[in-house]
Design a binder for this molecule. Structure first.
Ligand code: HEM
Length: 155
């Protein structure tokens, strides 16, 4: 079992982060990333944050495709995202959605579930997880001031 630690976001922080190790894409392959995001979106659209995502299948497929391109590029693969979409602004892209720490935790939780099903080295998995865990802090744009129970967010 992997130790997927989630640390709390200090509201407003935009921590620096490392991109995933090239091992991740090397072991999983681009097809593997496509499958990972298909499975991830299946979980997201059943989750407590399902309402953030398009209800319409065609729109959802577009968002998924953008995510796949973005993550393949972030993992050291071809630059399909920046070549077709331009620069990605993490804060701006998520601004239309009211993302609390709890929503971020839910998003990461769905990702944990999917990562548990893929068969790659722990080293590769962990480097992807660490990237997501840190970079996802940039999306939190609503401060509820509510402390989450220790069993949900481990400090
Ligand atoms: C490291 C973490 C994350 C990365 C790199 C990331 C990246 C992205 C990218 C590339 C897109 C597609 C933008 C486009 O269409 O060009 C996107 C869309 C979106 N993300 Fe994230 N995201 C992250 C975390 C989160 C979290 C934590 C949430 C919510 C809890 C979230 C919610 C959304 C939503 C709702 C959309 C757009 C749906 C729409 O356009 O209708 N993301 N994200």
């Amino acid at each position: 079992m992997m130790d997927y630690k989630i640390t709390k976001t200090q509201f407003g922080e935009t921590p620096t982060f490392d991109l995933p190790s090239p091992l991740f894409l090397k072991e999983l392959g681009e097809e593997g990333v496509v499958k990972l995001f298909n499975d991830f979106y299946d979980l997201l659209t059943q989750s407590d944050i399902a309402n953030f995502f398009p209800q319409e299948e065609e729109e959802l497929e577009k968002v998924k495709a953008h995510n796949v391109k973005f993550f393949i590029e972030a993992c050291g693969g071809p630059k399909h995202y920046s070549e077709t979409m331009g620069h990605f602004d993490m804060i701006k892209a998520h601004e239309p959605f009211s993302i609390t720490e709890k929503a971020r935790t839910e998003w990461l939780g769905c990702m944990q579930e999917v990562l548990n099903t893929i068969n790659i080295s722990n080293e590769a998995k962990m480097s992807f997880w660490k990237y997501l865990e840190t970079f996802s802090k940039h999306t939190v744009n609503v401060n509820t001031g509510i402390e989450l129970p220790e069993n949900i967010v481990k400090v």
